[in-house]
Design a binder for this molecule. Structure first.
Ligand code: GLU
Length: 447
């Protein structure tokens, strides 16, 4: 049985109300937003809010999502059976503008995780100065075990179920783990068909043929490298020539980050995907990795280095570690084994806040998710703006604007970290919260 799916008989006489099919078989945590991962972050957020004297009313508002939408997503599978998937869209905050955030398809999706990711989007958008709030969505399914047809059906039905809460002025989805430009194209099409006219700006990260922007696909990974380069201007650590880099995860974020950092002169000594890791202390041939993946889909069996597990890869000595796989890869359980000098969080919440604190205490520089991986949403914002104006930029312009935003964001965070003696994670959160606080003060509370 597919993970995350509840299968019913293909017998068409089955009377089963799929739209109300919240079943006892659903995994634990699928309705509880107050999950351990979310609670851990809230705890961290509460302490930091006090420390930076954030208006308690603003802190109270920011620690919970504004709106949670849960939907059942029935889809007819290729073999004729009907499967029911659980879908979510969480809108965390709209103080600065419409909600923005990705949609993930994964067998690990749960409401607590989506709520945390939505909160991180609010903070990320605020930190880099975008006029946007935060959201995140997800469907509990295993995209690796679904055909393109099945994915399209799930996407179209999921879009239909959340159609009332999304829109170019309301909430603008984008790709995230397990979703890509094709998925965004299907969302755009389903939304547009319901409206009766084309609405490209309902999503970002869509194909260029329907109003996507140059540079969006690689933006998150490239942005991670810009953040690292900005850090190297202020903090002394090997960057560029001679720096040894490990990248965990070779999806949209990790693969582009690895390629970009190699093009900046660094040596990538380890990469991984969901099937395992490959490590070569003298440097991996990334072109050979790319070719191997094109042929075999997964990294398992790649001959150009030593095979390790994902957990082992994280613990190898390196100058820069980019965890770009999934959340909570580094926690209090393994933080003491990490040997990197600098960690740039490619994946959202790749470090638990506890693990992160342990590392910062040891002097490891952490460039947190809301800063390190903001390049994706920044370029999404560029795409949204281009779409609304119907005026499209060159790749060069996208890239130079992205560099400017990432550099400015890093400078601001670094300044606050120095002035207020905060670690980079705390300083990033402080910059983000103060921007939202200023907006709350201007808008006032109604009624
Ligand atoms: N999913 C990405 C993130 O976590 C991008 C979101 C967006 O572009 O809206 O930042």
């Amino acid at each position: 049985m597919r993970q995350g799916a509840i299968e019913t008989s293909s017998d068409s006489t089955t009377t089963y109300d799929v739209n109300h099919g919240l079943r006892p078989e659903m995994p634990e945590g699928y309705v509880e937003w107050d999950a351990p991962m979310y609670r851990e972050y809230q705890h961290y957020f509460d302490r930091l809010a006090q420390r930076i004297h954030l208006d308690p009313a603003v802190a109270l508002r920011l620690r919970v999502p504004k709106r949670i939408v849960m939907v059942s997503v029935p889809a007819r599978m290729d073999d004729g059976t009907l499967s029911l998937f659980q879908g979510y869209r969480v809108q965390h905050n709209t103080t600065l503008g419409p909600c923005k955030g990705g949609i993930r398809y994964s067998a690990d999706v749960n409401l607590g995780e989506i709520c945390l990711m939505a909160m991180l989007m609010t903070l990320k958008c605020a930190l880099v100065g975008l006029p946007l709030g935060g959201a995140k969505g997800g469907v509990l399914c295993d995209p690796h075990r679904l055909s393109r047809d099945e994915l399209q059906k799930i996407t179209r039905r999921y879009t239909t179920e959340i159609i009332r809460v999304i829109g170019p002025d309301h909430d603008i989805p984008a790709p995230d783990m397990g979703t890509d430009a094709d998925v965004m194209g299907w969302i755009m099409d389903t939304y547009s068909l319901a409206k009766g006219y084309a609405v490209p700006s309902v999503v970002t990260g869509k194909p260029i043929a329907i109003g996507g922007t140059h540079g969006r696909e690689q933006a998150t990974g490239v942005g991670v490298c810009y953040a690292l380069r900005a850090a190297a201007r202020h903090i002394s650590f090997p960057f560029g020539e001679g720096a040894r880099v490990i990248v965990q995860g070779f999806g949209n974020v990790g693969s582009h980050a690895a390629r970009k950092i190699a093009s900046m002169g660094s040596t990538v000594i380890g990469v991984s995907d969901m099937t395992g890791a490959v490590y070569h202390p003298a440097g991996l041939d990334l072109e050979a990795v790319r070719e191997y993946l094109a042929q075999h889909r997964y990294l398992k069996g790649f001959p150009g280095g030593e095979a390790l597990t994902n957990a082992e890869l994280l613990e190898q000595p390196c100058d820069i570690l980019i965890p770009a796989a999934t959340s909570h890869q580094i926690t209090e359980q393994n933080a003491d084994k990490i040997q990197a000098r600098v960690i740039a969080e490619g994946a959202n919440a790749a470090l638990s806040t506890g693990g992160s604190a342990m590392l910062e205490e040891r002097g490891v520089v952490i460039i947190p998710d809301i800063l390190a991986n903001a390049g994706g949403v920044v370029t999404s914002y560029f795409e949204w703006v281009q779409g609304l104006q119907n005026f499209f930029w060159t790749e060069r312009r996208v890239n130079s604007e992205l560099q400017r935003v990432m550099d400015d964001a890093f400078e601001r965070v670094y300044l606050v970290s120095q002035k207020e003696r905060l670690g980079m994670r705390d300083a990033s959160l402080a910059v983000a919260c103060r921007r939202i606080e200023a907006a709350y003060q201007s808008r006032g509370l109604f009624p």
